[in-house]
Design a protein around this ligand. Structure first.
Ligand SMILES: *[C@@H]1O[C@H](CO)[C@@H](O)[C@H](O)[C@H]1NC(C)=O
Length: 323
């Protein structure tokens, strides 16, 4: 049995080594955009940062990356000095109010953003702001019966500052509300959107959250033949083109050097991982390309996971668990 397999491998080796030297080989087997330099996660973050950061990215890479940005809130790298202060809650149409809350979040979120950068991107700076009280994660939409554990730990915590907790909930809600505008039909439930990873970016220390929607697509012999364990059982998430849109990035405003200045507003964007785009090519590891997962660790040091779970039994009741 082993003899034919060895000779088969040898034959393969031969054919590779013979053809590899021919230019046509590389032309045929690499994507057409092979001349585009490789995009990195920090290129992506830089493009959503200050003017200086953004200009440092290779222009070809920048163009390709930008074609994969689907903004849920218009990207507005306006002169940060034009930052509007004292936004009154309840003033103006709610759509523009929600945009403002992404561009320039409430004071406690801004403080957190500055703290992240000032700490040099140290996750411990975030941990210190959590209430030590431990909150057990109860059943989520029948998860217990399936022996499914959705969270990294069986308990979670919350920020001491209630406004921070409310802001995180607002982010989940806004993703669900605005998703359809870019083709992302997303629901808040245990198979679809329920978590994000809060990170402090490499190099800059900028605060961000990478949300993952469509976490457990239903097993399907034809379109999604992957067994993902207990949490996938009973899933009603269909595997389709909207999987390309499952990575959603929030970035806090980027503080400047002085105590008061800001060099970039906040961002909420869907990262399109369509197979002919540069995000798919360069930022999705090959072994998860079917799931279109961008890894949070590629963006920075992960401080906590934020989970927004429906723990109601009869009626919906969404609660935040920071794990
Ligand atoms: C899908 O499953 C979730 C979680 O059990 C549930 O809340 C939701 O209503 C289901 N959606 C549909 C369309 O059945």
């Amino acid at each position: 049995m082993s003899y034919p397999s060895i000779s088969f491998r040898f034959a393969l080796f031969l054919s590779f080594s013979l053809t590899a030297s021919l230019p046509v080989f590389s032309k045929r087997y690499t994507p057409s955009s092979s001349s585009t330099p490789k995009a990195t996660p920090s290129d992506l973050l830089s493009l959503l940062g200050s003017k200086t950061q953004s200009l440092a990215v290779n222009p070809v890479v920048a163009r390709h990356l930008k074609s994969c940005f689907k903004f849920l809130v218009p990207f507005s790298p306006t002169d940060p000095h034009h930052r509007k202060l004292g936004l009154g809650l309840g003033l103006g149409p709610s759509r523009s109010k929600d945009n403002d809350l992404i561009w320039w979040p409430p004071e406690p979120v801004l403080e957190l953003a500055r703290l992240s950068v000032d700490s040099g991107g140290d996750p411990a700076a975030i941990h210190r702001l959590l209430d030590p009280t431990i909150i057990p994660v109860p059943d989520v939409e029948g998860s217990t019966e399936e022996r499914c554990e959705l969270t990294r730990t069986p308990y979670g915590r919350r920020f001491i500052c209630e406004e921070l907790n409310l802001y995180l909930q607002f982010l989940f809600q806004l993703i669900v509300d605005r998703g359809p505008s870019v083709g992302l039909d997303v629901k808040l439930n245990r198979f679809d959107l329920f978590h994000g990873h809060l990170f402090l970016a490499v190099d800059s220390g900028r605060l961000g959250i990478l949300f993952h929607a469509k976490e457990y697509p239903a097993y399907d012999k034809q379109v999604f033949p992957y067994n993902m364990g207990f949490c996938q059982r009973g899933s009603n998430v269909t595997y389709d083109d909207s999987m390309n849109l499952r990575n959603i990035l929030w970035l806090a405003p980027m503080p400047g050097d002085s105590d008061e200045s800001w060099v970039a507003p906040g961002v909420l964007v869907v990262l399109d991982a369509r197979p002919d785009g540069i995000i798919y090519r360069d930022l999705i590891p090959d072994y998860v390309n079917f799931a279109r997962t961008i890894y949070e660790d590629d963006f920075g040091d992960v401080a906590v996971d934020v989970n927004y779970l429906n723990v109601g039994s009869k009626t919906r009741n969404y609660q935040l668990f920071i794990c």
